[in-house]
Design a protein around this ligand. Structure first.
Ligand SMILES: C[S@@+](CC[C@H](N)C(=O)[O-])C[C@H]1O[C@@H](n2cnc3c(N)ncnc32)[C@H](O)[C@@H]1O
Length: 266
């Protein structure tokens, strides 16, 4: 399923908003949609809707799946600083490509991240950054192993649950282990009841995996990017709700991805 021998092989792409992203040979996919633009995709599909839906909160805990080039994490800090939001944030982000994270201190980010140099260097060197407003931890290793470790003790208190999930792995086709019903069960167990999960994938299997774990689903039409999905344990009245009962009636063959089937196909 994974091919570590190809993990180091990447090419730089200039995406349509001018921000740089990479193409991964291992997954045969780019880290961001070149058409939507790396920074624009990050802000418009993930950061802005998630933070707007939690407007007024003074603390948010975010799960950034997965760290990659760190755009979602860095765009979160950039947005909070530029909008002068009075909010503290903890971000936890799994990533198994340690060499990539170590290399990011040399990566050419867009000018919007210029004020985040200290953060970028700390994360690249130590996988950790902390100041009075932000605490960020990159969990090096396979997310299917590191994320379940967050489950029992720390998250038994409601205040410790996750408020936002940026579900931003490579696509279900090439990175299926991070889109299965069992993966979303772990994610749901970590989430607060008003958590917001943002993802670019609107695939039937993604919707089924989320729906089977009690998420309500909504389409999100972000400016200048393709339509995306916002899931939450609660219905969000301001968004276009997806009637999954109707979808299933119309397409009874739609199925979530399952761990067992992926393991059998190895
Ligand atoms: C599409 S990229 C993420 C882009 C990132 N959100 C950003 O804003 O730059 C997907 C990332 O998931 C990582 N990844 C894929 N499968 C993983 C796994 N099982 N555990 C940890 N990281 C994984 C890849 O190494 C890659 O960096």
């Amino acid at each position: 399923m994974y091919n570590e021998t190809l993990r180091g092989e990447k090419e730089t792409i200039v995406s349509d908003d001018g921000s740089l992203t990479l193409y991964s040979k291992e997954f045969d996919e780019s880290y961001h949609s070149p058409k939507d633009g790396a920074l624009r995709e990050s802000l418009n599909k993930h950061v802005i809707p998630a933070l707007t839906l939690h407007e007024g909160k003074s603390f948010l805990r975010i799960l950034d799946i997965c760290y990659g080039l760190g755009y979602n994490t860095l765009a979160t800090l950039h947005y909070i600083k530029s909008q002068q939001l009075d909010i503290k944030v903890e971000i936890i982000s799994p990533e198994f490509d340690e060499a990539l994270v170590r290399s990011l201190k040399e990566f050419t980010y867009p000018p919007e991240f210029d004020t985040l140099r200290r953060v970028i260097e700390a994360l690249s060197n130590d996988f950790h950054y902390e100041d009075e407003q932000f605490k960020i931890s990159i969990l090096i290793g396979d997310a299917r192993k590191t994320i379940p470790k967050l489950l029992p003790a720390p998250c038994s208190l409601l205040t410790d649950k996750i408020d936002i999930v940026y579900q931003d792995a490579f696509s279900p086709k090439v990175n299926p282990m991070l889109w299965t019903r069992e993966w979303f069960a772990d994610i749901r167990a970590l989430c607060s009841d008003d958590a917001v999960l943002t993802t670019y994938s609107t695939a039937a299997a993604t919707r089924m995996g989320l729906h089977e774990n009690g998420f309500e689903l909504h389409y999100y039409d972000a400016p200048d990017t393709r339509i995306s999905l916002i899931a939450s344990p609660q219905r969000i009245e301001s968004l276009e709700w997806i009637d999954m009962a109707l979808k299933i009636a119309r397409n009874p063959d739609a199925r979530s991805l399952r761990d067992v089937e992926l393991k059998q196909s190895l």
